[in-house]
Ligand binder design. Structure first.
Ligand SMILES: *Cc1c(COP(=O)(O)O)cnc(C)c1O
Length: 451
């Protein structure tokens, strides 16, 4: 005779009825439950790799890359992706993008060396950012990498280095501009409206020492209006046309940077991000219309570079974990403590991350605050969420955590967990091991007199 598990006791609660926020499908009535990620059981992942654990879906990464390629290559003849290293620079993750044909987009000497160590051809590395040392620049020049100049001091460094380098520097400038998005990101690159960008381009052309190959912009991040990209692409196209007119010089590419929104929901947003985030088609339409309809010579259309970060990887990342405790706050409000803290979920400072139970739950929900495990007041995963009653030891899954968390996380109070990749065949691989006390003290030194 099959024995039936005893039903779990659930404490009764009295709820004040309050109108919730609806999405475009109306009020959801049942909480989604995530028991598997790419057909791998959440309980198996936790048993094998510990709790919490980051899980990355290779299938989702590859599918998302094909989506963006489809959107852009059907509208424009020459498109090249460059993986934004700072969004997630775990080597295994970078290799997936490189195997899909992406170049590397780096913003520091450290990231530059990482791309080289990953086997990226130096002439397929785009070097952005305000902090490039003379040594970094010299290396990038001699390697034939693409250097996107951020400010005049960097331009003068490159001009002076070019007197002794073996290769002619291949450069573009980063342009910032008014695209209707405020606050304007004007701290990077040269401004379009005040003439600084045009001034920099003239200096580069007249120096005769540098090869001006492209124009770059990165207008911001999590940009919800595709039209802003249309404005930016028009302004870069206009600079390209002026260069052609004045110097008879044709640039090879226009780089539109990153910044497409992912499906995460920003704090304070009225509607969920999955309903409001523009599609790749909408971004592609705005950008390619602007370039195609410009005065750029149709015989010499520049390649369109994209440095998309968060929109390509956010959905591929999950955290699976375990409930540590439930408790009532002084005012009676329910709070739940989970084993994922803001130390490993940096993006919880600006996103309302989606969190789901990993096993069947009752339909009772209660307004809940979800705390992380850190002994720190601001360790909050969700300040207010209508959530079912999970017990100590129950599991949960956080969704869309692939972007920035595995690079911006911080070592604080506790050790960071395993990161596991599920490959396209459903096999699991550790791609970064959990930290140990030995990892933590590896770089420490205790002076003799304190031993
Ligand atoms: C961060 C960054 C990106 C990627 O931005 P997303 O918003 O993640 O798409 C691309 N280009 C540059 C220069 C960046 O600094």
């Amino acid at each position: 005779m099959a024995t039936k598990e005893k039903l779990r006791y659930e404490r009764p609660v009295i709820n004040k009825i309050s109108a919730g926020v609806t999405d475009k499908f109306g009020m959801s009535t049942k909480m989604e439950v995530i028991k598997e990620i790419d057909n791998v059981k959440v309980t198996d992942l936790l048993k094998e790799y510990g709790s919490p654990v980051f899980v990355v879906s290779e299938k989702t990464i590859r599918n998302t890359v094909s989506e963006i390629k489809q959107a852009f290559t059907t509208r424009y003849p020459k498109v090249q992706l460059a993986w934004s290293y700072k969004t997630n620079y775990l080597n295994a993750i970078c290799q997936i993008y490189h195997s899909e044909g992406s170049w590397a987009e780096v913003v520091s000497g450290f990231e530059y060396d990482k791309a080289i160590a990953n086997g990226v051809a130096p002439n397929k590395i785009i070097f952005n950012g305000p902090d490039k040392s003379k040594k970094d620049l010299e290396k990038a020049i001699n390697n034939g990498s693409y250097i996107h100049i951020d400010h005049f001091d960097e331009l003068y460094d490159i001009i002076s280095l070019s007197k002794t380098t073996k290769e002619r520097p291949k450069v573009a400038i980063r342009v910032n501009m008014d695209t209707g998005i405020y606050p304007q990101w004007d701290r990077f690159g040269f401004n379009y409206e005040n003439g600084e960008a045009w001034n920099a381009l003239n200096r580069i052309m007249l120096s005769e020492k540098l090869d001006l190959i492209g124009l770059h912009t990165h207008i911001g991040t999590y940009i919800l209006t595709p039209d802003a990209y249309g404005v930016a692409a028009s302004k870069l196209s206009e600079l390209a046309v002026r260069l052609d007119k004045k110097f008879n010089h044709k640039i090879k590419y226009i780089d539109m940077g990153g910044g497409f929104a992912s499906k995460n929901t920003l704090k304070g947003a009225y509607l969920p991000g999955k309903d409001t985030c523009p599609t790749f088609d909408q971004y592609a339409e705005a950008i390619t219309n602007a370039i195609i309809n410009s005065e750029i010579d149709p015989q010499n259309m520049p390649t369109l570079f994209l440095e998309t970060g968060r929109a390509l990887i956010d959905d591929a990342g999950y955290i699976a974990g375990t409930v540590l405790a439930n408790k009532r706050l002084a005012n009676g409000r329910r709070s739940m403590i989970v084993d994922t803290g803001v130390n490993m979920l940096f993006t919880s400072f600006w996103y309302e991350h989606e969190i789901y139970p990993a096993q069947e739950v009752s339909t009772h929900t209660e307004d809940t605050t979800i705390y992380g495990p850190l002994c720190m007041n601001i360790d909050i995963i969700r300040s207010a969420i209508n959530f079912p009653l999970l017990n100590k030891g129950d599991n949960y899954v956080l969704k869309r955590v692939g972007a920035y968390n595995m690079t911006q996380w911080m070592q604080f109070i506790t050790l960071r967990p395993n990161i596991v990749l599920i490959d396209t065949e459903g096999k699991t691989h550790v791609i970064r091991e959990s930290e140990t006390n030995e990892t933590m003290v590896a770089l420490e030194k205790v002076p003799k007199h304190l031993k």
